[in-house]
Design a protein around this ligand. Structure first.
Ligand code: C5P
Length: 217
């Protein structure tokens, strides 16, 4: 067993978007592809770790014998899967782009076109990362992601504390080639007392840096 090996370790990874149903044919979603989280799952698996991957709707195929994929649609489904799996994991990595709100009522039938304007009432979704953070044991680690458009460092640090993360990965939205759908990203790792900035690189390379960082925590 080398220093890099994750044999005997179990990681929980959330990835992809969530779809919040409005009626049988429509949903509220977001542009997450699931690429970053899947790259992390593959990296953990390559090093011999087991992965419970809770994956929202994503077109990317995942197939590694060490990865068990739990397919979910909504934030509530993702919450239920992730909270039941975390107890048996040493590390949780929250890479999913979870919808903060869902439609308050889901229509059984397709919503008909009628009035010039209609109003949707939304209700708050559970915060998966925050609830895992609240029940995290001393032998567990929890890693979060943040995508901020203003006061990047300050907001990311606030989130680190509020959600009881050991590390937060700050995504840049401003840089060309970074973020949603791309194969590349620009990230900063923010820990309790140190910050590391990285250049634009492949998400598969970021996954290696992240797993190395988690091992060093
Ligand atoms: O507060 P914000 O949504 O920016 O936090 C982002 C982090 O929290 C990400 O790691 C994301 O996966 C996680 N999160 C979650 N459940 C939510 C909202 C965000 O796990 N409902």
């Amino acid at each position: 067993r080398t220093a890099n090996s994750l044999v005997g370790q179990r990681y929980l990874v959330t990835a992809g978007p969530t779809y919040e149903s409005l009626d049988p044919v429509r949903f509220i979603g977001n542009h997450s592809s699931g690429k970053m989280g899947i790259a992390i799952a593959n990296e953990v698996a390559k090093r011999g770790g087991k992965v419970e991957l809770v994956l929202g709707p994503s077109s990317i195929e995942v197939k590694h014998p060490n990865i068990t994929v739990h397919h979910v649609n909504s934030a509530v489904d993702m919450y239920e899967a992730a909270t039941s799996l975390y107890d048996d994991c040493q590390v949780g990595i929250m890479a999913a782009a979870v919808s903060d709100y869902r439609p308050k009522d889901v229509s059984d039938q397709k919503i008909k076109k009628a009035d010039d304007s209609i109003t949707l009432e939304l209700t708050k979704n559970p915060d998966i990362a925050e609830s895992l953070g609240a029940k995290k044991r001393s032998d567990q680690k929890l890693i979060g992601f943040a995508m901020e458009t203003e006061n990047l460092l300050k907001n990311a640090k606030k989130k680190l504390t509020k959600k009881n993360f050991d590390l937060i990965v700050l995504n840049s939205l401003k840089t060309e080639g970074a973020g949603f759908k791309h194969d590349t990203n620009v990230v900063t790792f923010i820990g309790q007392n140190k910050t590391r900035e990285f250049e634009l690189k492949q998400k598969t390379e970021i996954a290696k840096d992240l797993v190395d960082e988690i091992i060093s925590l």
